[in-house]
Design a binder for this molecule. Structure first.
Ligand code: SF4
Ligand code: SF4
Length: 169
């Protein structure tokens, strides 16, 4: 039969030598590797007592940002949802009413905004796509939970109390 790729290698079916049959050399070789690792620097840490610092480009949980006057920046344009490769973002837009200028920066705002963190791959495309600087990925690690529903973060979970700017970590 013609091979599809050139990656296959022939299997050596020759009888085992005495050295291979007594297994001892292979066993000692394996043990020497194990013992050698005892004296090496440990790759693991005693989490949660000991924590590793994150990379400067780490992307954690999302936040919905406010402007300098504390108004919601998001205008429910949907660009983040369109940019999201995991289709994790859903929202419903609403129109700002008279007297709500202190709550929402734009005439249209997100009455409902949800991110399904079980779908999210923390790629940051939503942050890049947002023309209003309304969504950021923070340095907070998503906490574990027991139910699928708890991983659907609503606007109330995402919206921060105070505005964050680009100079802040
Ligand atoms: S970080 Fe990426 S996957 Fe997660 S919601 Fe934003 S665009 Fe979607
Ligand atoms: S977070 Fe930004 S991109 Fe997403 S709907 Fe709001 S304003 Fe548009």
């Amino acid at each position: 039969m013609e091979k599809l790729t050139k990656r296959s290698a022939p299997v050596d079916r020759s009888p085992m030598t005495l050295k291979e049959r007594i297994y001892l050399p292979a066993l000692l070789k394996g043990m020497s590797i194990t013992v050698g690792h005892i004296f090496k620097k440990k790759a693991t840490v005693q989490y949660p007592e000991e924590k590793r610092s994150f990379s400067p480009v780490f992307r954690g949980l999302h936040i919905l940002n406010r402007d300098e006057q504390g108004r919601e920046r998001c205008t429910a344009c949907g660009l983040c949802a369109v940019a999201c490769p995991a289709e994790a973002i859903t929202m419903e837009a609403a129109e700002r009413k008279a007297g709500e200028q202190h709550l929402y920066r734009e005439e249209k705002y997100a009455a409902r905004y949800e991110i399904n963190m079980l779908r999210c791959i923390f790629c940051g495309a939503c942050e890049e796509a947002c023309p209003k600087d309304a969504i950021y990925l923070s340095e907070t690690v998503m906490p574990p939970n027991y139910t699928r529903e708890s991983f659907i973060y609503k606007k109330e979970d995402l919206l921060i109390a105070k505005p964050k700017n680009d100079t802040q970590a």
